[in-house]
Ligand binder design. Structure first.
Ligand SMILES: NC(=[NH2+])NCCC[C@H](N)C(=O)O
Ligand SMILES: [Mn+2]
Ligand SMILES: [Mn+2]
Length: 307
């Protein structure tokens, strides 16, 4: 049966302030050039592209006091948080085009506040090679794109943990991480302490993607807002080379499609981040095109007769 979707707004956040490589700031335009707007319109979606948000200039400095570009990361996240909140407030589904994954702080803080206001349950599906659960004490890099989940759970610099007023913005129990295969030593300890629900590649190898996703989506019901935070490095680098922090051994094309289709089948996706795409490292925009293909599946496009 064909599903109907709420109106969607694209929000570009052209920045790499949280990353370790330059180039993720070009992500929004690469996704547009790969045909994301047209693909959504072809799915019958009422789409508005709000263009790119206006944030601070990108500096390129080494980490300072444990963080790289903390001020710019904070300013970008505030801009993103406000833009995402405005779309949700008028009943539109925001799709954030990153930019690096530090932007998940602003995006998900806005979503969490929205859910609190509406009395909705929240389920964050974090698709990533990395847990992004570092703090300044344990980070190997100082790059804040390795810290958004920790910040959302209340650990990190006050300007990020309290960006939406309420801290923690999110409970660990609201998150499910899929595809994880690179967690730093100190980060591992924190992940365990906080009891994050992680479906890592070992788990996926053992039980298969179908069962992993069934577990990650368990309990999602009519009162649940599903937020998908799609870090493109979730995918195996052989199919998605255009990211700054590749980790081998990720989901293949079929597994990634299944993830998206199973999320689509819940009918509960209310917001989406597409982050970490780095066109400078891509091969003829192929990773952007793959991301568009996967987003189509998130919006219910499927093979054969299931539409
Ligand atoms: N969103 C990402 N791509 N994160 C990569 C993080 C890499 C590494 N764990 C770090 O903290 O530096
Ligand atoms: Mn990652
Ligand atoms: Mn990430």
């Amino acid at each position: 049966m064909a599903r109907t979707y709420p109106p969607v707004s694209l929000l570009g956040a052209p920045t790499d302030v949280g990353a370790g490589h330059r180039g993720a700031g070009l992500g929004p335009d690469a996704l547009r050039i790969a045909g994301l707007p047209e693909a959504l319109v072809a799915r019958g979606i009422d789409l508005v592209d709000r263009g790119n948000l206006d944030g601070p200039r990108n500096p390129w400095q080494p980490p300072n006091d444990g963080y790289r570009h903390l001020k710019e990361v904070t300013d970008w996240n505030r801009v993103v948080m406000e833009a995402v909140a405005s779309e949700l407030a008028v009943g539109r589904m925001p799709i954030l085009l990153g930019g690096d994954h530090c932007l998940g702080i602003g995006s998900i803080t806005a979503v969490a506040n929205h859910c609190r206001r509406k009395g909705k349950k929240l389920r964050v599906i974090w698709l990533d090679a990395h847990a992004d659960f570092n703090t300044s004490n344990v980070t190997p890099s100082g790059n804040i794109h390795g810290m958004p989940v920790a910040c959302l759970c209340g650990m990190g610099p006050r300007e990020l943990t309290h960006i939406g007023g309420v801290s923690p913005a999110l409970q660990a129990g609201e998150i499910r991480q899929i595809g994880i295969r690179s967690v730093d030593e100190g980060e591992k300890r924190l992940v365990k302490e906080h009891g994050l629900d992680v479906y890592d590649m070992r788990y996926i190898d053992e039980v298969g993607m179908k069962r992993a996703m069934e577990a990650a989506l368990e309990g999602v019901d009519a009162d649940t807002h599903v937020h998908v935070s799609f870090d493109v490095d979730f995918l195996d680098p052989s199919i998605a080379p255009g990211v700054g922090t590749t980790v081998p051994g990720g989901p293949n094309y079929r597994e990634a499609q299944l993830v998206m289709e199973m999320i689509a089948d819940t009918g509960r996706m209310g917001s989406l981040d597409i982050v970490e795409l780095n066109p400078l490292l891509d091969s003829r925009n192929a990773t952007a095109q793959l991301a568009v293909d996967l987003v189509e599946s998130l919006f219910g496009k499927s093979t054969l007769m299931r539409d």
